[in-house]
Design a protein around this ligand. Structure first.
Ligand SMILES: [Zn+2]
Length: 484
């Protein structure tokens, strides 16, 4: 590439880091520098461009990367649950698992358990080049612990909080024919929840040091009152943030919404005036074309966790259709695979196959689409793209250096396609978040990883003991653990 380097005026000579290799910027022109460099001073990117020019401007800086390596924007995980890492291996083929495994597991974690679970998840993410994660919690006791752990681990975190203020009951699950679905809202819980979210957003806007940002979680249509949805929308506006809702996720949710309101879940939220550019839908596998239009017209966005979508309901979100309609879509790990490179590849295989071959189909899905979703579109979905999601001068210095001294990735003809199709999380060598080196040599620098794994093993053992009775396993399994 022959583009001139963007060098921040007035700053030359010393930067803290210069990362070199093939630089994939994800900037508005989607520039790729085959022999490029990114210079970082303090928390900011100060230069992006051809290596020779950036190195000439910043000769005395620590080097990251090498000629065959790749430098990409820090990857963005738009949906996750820090409280589920230590139980996920019990749940993925033990369906349905949300109320039977995940929620009871979160309840027994305790303060030390949530911190350990969060550290393990964040270490897992950082090693895979994920610089921004999202926590969507329902447990008030976990909130500060997750935020404090993110500060300690050095990752960026969108921390979404909010309680359920509605209990609901789907008639067809109980009576089959007789009886009606019903719900009961609790105004006292709602008032507490609103005050709590307001306070949380104010506190963490200051405490998060720009790295942990407060968001609002309105868990689902079956567990949140109409009034609370409206309040969440208003709180999001007031605190300049977004709200997140699990939506159109399974059969029971659709049936409940239709039986209670005569509307499907997204139609119901549209009716309440909740959809908009501050609304992030989670999953949305069972979304109709009409609902997708409602999302697009309102500016609502989507977080897509392809593995969980197929885990929960064996349904594939119409990501291609939603993107074509103008919906911004980010990727989410949702605990099961804390590696956005893997998630991007799965999304590419899933939607690329469904959309057909791009050359023959006017609406296709390419490796570049998957890469955008893992970077700049994820930043947009979190309303954070003014700071992160691409390598541009003035943005926060969040980047990952990928090892290209590696037969999986070299030689290559198409850097973006090679990353999406071939790179693994373990190929990530170095990671900067907000200008701080948090991973080097593939190891997390902000925690003692060996001690963390020992500690995690103890908490996992406790969960196994607490939850064994709730499991269906070993139904349908042939493999048996034997001694030795
Ligand atoms: Zn979730």
């Amino acid at each position: 590439m022959t583009e001139a380097a963007d060098v921040h005026h007035g700053r030359t000579g010393a930067a803290d880091f210069v990362a070199t290799g093939t630089v994939i910027t994800a900037d508005p022109e989607r520039r790729v520098f085959l022999d490029g460099a990114v210079a970082v001073a303090g928390s900011r990117i100060v230069a992006v461009g051809p290596r020779t020019e950036v190195e000439a401007a910043y000769p005395a800086s620590r080097r990251l990367g090498g000629p065959r390596d790749l430098v990409i924007p820090g990857l963005i995980d738009t949906h996750n649950h820090m409280a589920q890492a230590l139980v996920r291996g019990m749940a993925f083929e033990d369906l349905p698992n949300i109320t039977r495994i995940y929620i009871p597991a979160e309840d027994v974690l305790g303060d030390d358990g949530i911190r350990t679970s969060t550290r393990v998840t964040m270490a897992n993410l950082l090693r895979a080049g994920v610089t921004t994660t999202t926590d969507t919690t329902c447990t008030p006791d976990h909130e500060d612990a997750v935020g404090e752990t993110a500060l300690e681990m050095g990752i960026r975190c969108a921390l979404a909080v909010g309680q359920r203020d509605r209990t609901s009951r789907l008639a067809s699950n109980y009576e089959q024919i007789e009886g009606r679905s019903e719900y009961r809202d609790d105004p006292a819980v709602r008032a507490d929840n609103i005050a709590h979210i307001d306070d949380f957003c104010t506190r963490w806007a200051a405490r998060g040091a720009g790295r942990v940002r407060p968001y609002i979680h309105a868990p689902s249509v079956g567990s949140v009152s109409d009034e609370m949805f409206g309040a969440a929308r208003d709180l999001a506006e007031r605190h300049d943030t977004a709200m997140m809702t699990h939506i159109n996720r399974d059969r029971e949710e659709i049936e409940l919404s239709v039986s209670l309101f005569g509307r499907r879940p997204l139609e119901h939220l549209s009716h309440l005036g909740v959809l908009g550019p501050r609304f992030l839908a989670i999953h949305a596998m069972l979304t109709t074309a009409r609902e997708a239009q409602m999302m697009a017209q309102s500016g609502a966005m989507l977080t897509h966790a392809p593995v969980v979508c197929t885990d929960i309901v064996s349904a594939v979100t119409d990501v291609v259709g939603m993107r074509a309609a103008g919906v911004t879509v980010g990727l989410g790990c949702d605990t099961v695979i804390n590696d956005i490179l893997a998630v991007a590849r799965i999304a590419y295989m899933m939607h690329g196959q469904a959309a057909g071959i791009p050359l023959y189909d006017p609406v296709g899905f390419t490796t570049e689409d998957a890469f955008d979703m893992a970077t700049i579109d994820g930043a947009r979905a979190l309303l954070w793209d003014h700071e992160i999601g691409s390598l541009e001068v003035g943005k926060a210095a969040d980047l990952a250096v990928i090892d290209g001294e590696n037969p999986r990735l070299s030689p290559r003809h198409n850097p973006v396609g090679s990353i999406v199709r071939y790179a693994a999380g373990t190929d990530v060598k170095s990671v900067l978040v907000n200008g701080s080196l948090v991973v080097d040599g593939g190891r997390v620098l902000t925690v003692d990883e060996a001690a963390l794994l020992d500690e995690a093993e103890k908490v996992a053992q406790r969960m196994r003991e607490d939850l064994t009775d709730r499991r269906y396993w070993p139904l349908n399994h042939r493999y048996r653990v034997v001694d030795g």
